[in-house]
Design a protein around this ligand. Structure first.
Ligand code: VGL
Ligand code: ZN
Length: 207
């Protein structure tokens, strides 16, 4: 049963994560109509937007000699390097034009500190800096977060696991997500999510 204390978190449905985008998530465009349909049944909807300054530390181009998808060590630990993507104010950072959730109430922009990445909608990659989403959800009385969007194995997984960390129930709507799946990252993400107590449902079985 959908409860007044449920929230839908719609993660990073942005042009750069679409098949023609800078950091393409295969079939990322397929989920947009489904996410719109699901969102219509939630009173509380939060959108996230990956939102990096030019020269961001997660960009391979910021590290001479490095290529996208290589790993490096930054001050806070291991970082996968990505193609330049979701640069603040660019069309790549804009939401997909067909995303249609006019009743969404909050947009969390993340990854805006130049030296720190943030896959999670709650906590940046230093695992210390908060985005403020935990406080917002608490203020609104939210107890359960359903997650949809891109990419299953990065921003969706990290956000769902951090929802658990902040004492919320977390459910990933599997068919309303698509993955990058680089080097086994999707299987690893599902295993970590299971361990963290994140549930997994299909949109047809949404309570
Ligand atoms: C994402 C890699 C880099 C995501 C964002 O939205 O999953 N992945 N930035
Ligand atoms: Zn990013």
């Amino acid at each position: 049963m959908r409860r007044a204390t449920d929230c839908l978190l719609v993660v990073d449905i942005q042009n750069d994560f679409m098949p023609a985008g800078a950091l393409a998530v295969p079939k990322g465009d397929e989920i947009v109509p489904l996410v719109n349909r699901i969102a219509a049944n939630f009173a509380v909807v939060v959108l996230t937007q990956d939102w990096h300054p030019a020269g961001h530390a997660s960009f391979a181009s910021s590290h001479p000699g490095k290529r996208p998808y290589q790993k490096i060590r930054l001050a806070y630990g291991e970082q996968i390097l990505w193609p330049d993507h979701c640069v603040q104010g660019t069309s790549g950072a804009a939401f997909h034009r067909d995303l249609d959730i006019p009743h969404a109430q909050l947009v969390i922009r993340k990854g805006h500190h130049r030296k720190v990445d943030s896959y999670s909608a709650f906590l940046e990659a230093d695992r210390k800096t908060k985005t403020g989403l935990d406080g917002y959800l608490k203020s609104r009385g939210v107890k359960r977060v359903f997650c949809a969007g891109l990419a299953t194995d990065f921003c969706v997984a990290w956000s769902a696991m951090d929802a658990r960390r902040f004492g919320l129930q977390a459910v990933v709507v599997e068919d309303a997500c698509r993955a990058i799946d680089a080097g086994g990252s999707l299987a690893a993400a599902w295993a970590s999510m299971k361990k963290a107590g994140v549930k997994r449902v299909s949109s047809a079985a949404l309570p």
